[in-house]
Design a protein around this ligand. Sequence first.
Ligand SMILES: Cc1cc2nc3c(=O)[nH]c(=O)nc-3n(C[C@H](O)[C@H](O)[C@H](O)COP(=O)(O)OP(=O)(O)OC[C@H]3O[C@@H](n4cnc5c(N)ncnc54)[C@H](O)[C@@H]3O)c2cc1C
Length: 457
Amino acid sequence: MSSESRYDCIVVGAGLSGLIAARNLHRQGRSVMVLEARDRVGGRMRGKFLASGQWIDLGGQWVGPTQTRFLALLDEYRLSRFTSPVSGQKVLLYNGARYEFDGLFQGYAEGEIPGVCPEDWQDAQDAWRRFEALSAALPEGYPRANDLNRQLDGMTFAQWIAENTQTEFGKWYFHYMSRAVGVGCVEAGQISFLHALWGHRVASQAEHPEAELIRGGAGQIPGKIAAELAPFIRVGEAVTGVRHSDQGVEVLTGSETYSARFVVIAMPPHLAGRIFYDPPLPPLRAQLTQRVPMGTCAKVLISYDRPFWRDKGLAGIGLGNCRWIELCADSSDPETGVGVIATFVYGDAYHEWMTLPEADRRTAVLGDLAMYFGDEALTPVSYDVENWTADPWTGGGYTAFMPPGVWTTFGEAHTAPVGPIHWAGTEYSDRWPGFFDGAIRTGERAAAEILTRLAAG
Ligand SMILES: Cc1cc2nc3c(=O)[nH]c(=O)nc-3n(C[C@H](O)[C@H](O)[C@H](O)COP(=O)(O)OP(=O)(O)OC[C@H]3O[C@@H](n4cnc5c(N)ncnc54)[C@H](O)[C@@H]3O)c2cc1C
């Protein structure tokens, strides 16, 4: 069936980037229609209220001080923030031993950690300084194809780690960083070293950590944006094809054909590559989307009637080379009094974890938490898993990454529109890619590009 209207723009995907693109076009008086495959808006932003009244974020949740576009959005909707709980001793579990320490260790230098011998710590810090210097030397913007970048792009992060660290701890430190706090959820053997450096350059959590949470959760935000667009959003409409020409686009779903002057495909590159384009996309773009996979993760939120770890002087922040849980953090809202730990099973451990029966997966996660915080961790009030990797409309998390060779061979096609087709999604941002802030920036950019073209007639 063919929709009778012809829109100025169709936006495919109602994640944060798509909603922002549609909202900005709508606010300028342009006609839009948003088509979303899932039965809800928000994509990788998803909230839930527990029976205790506590909210949890099954997707993204933290915000940092230089994520200015996201902070502006929070101000616009008058959403307040609070400091993610950090006071108390943090726990490091390393090779079966348990250490408590002060200060922050988000994979970055903040003084020595008891239990880690000075030579190990020095090794990690020396390598860290070399990593930072290489990252800082990258110019602003997207990585370009030049001789130095080709060299950096020709190796994996793991190769650089092998050549630049001597100790077992130094090696784990960087592999942990790749999985937990760099681009995130990717094994260092899979990611281009250039991409790891660039990710740190344009989204440095070392300098600007994501240290705040949003009261009520980040998951409430998509609904607020969608309220403004309500008649112009259709959920449960997976787009399967886009026919395009200089005159405009026809966007095909299982049941309808929508027509518009322009289309914004607002989703990670590998999902954009699943849509059938007629005529086909230029080879460089078509091959790019075959080469940009998602990281691997499930997010797990565990709640307790209160943050019991604080009775022991613990911050509820743990990290270490445990089998399943390498990083976990207190995500409790002080206003509710409920204790919440947020954690992830990611990288290769995720695939091993998924071979276990579901009940054993839970036992595995709680067992690791008990090593960090004590046996009280074994008896939570609630246990929620969002398996982003198994979800066909995301396919992994937190975000996508570039394997070796992709930036310097296919990078040119990364953001360039193809006729009336524009791209949005956090992966396309050159500031905070992979984060809320990056998603907003690409939604704003796509809307601005289309407004300019519409104004030109
Ligand atoms: C576990 C996890 C933790 C995270 N933590 C943080 C954090 O603490 N802070 C932070 O800033 N960021 C975090 N992020 C990242 C953040 O959530 C994302 O960067 C952001 O939400 C991405 O928005 P997007 O619009 O680019 O993509 P998405 O949210 O992925 O939206 C894409 C949309 O397109 C839809 N879609 C796909 N294919 C089709 C199709 N064929 N037809 C129609 N619709 C389609 C999808 O259903 C989806 O709704 C986290 C992400 C995850 C998964």
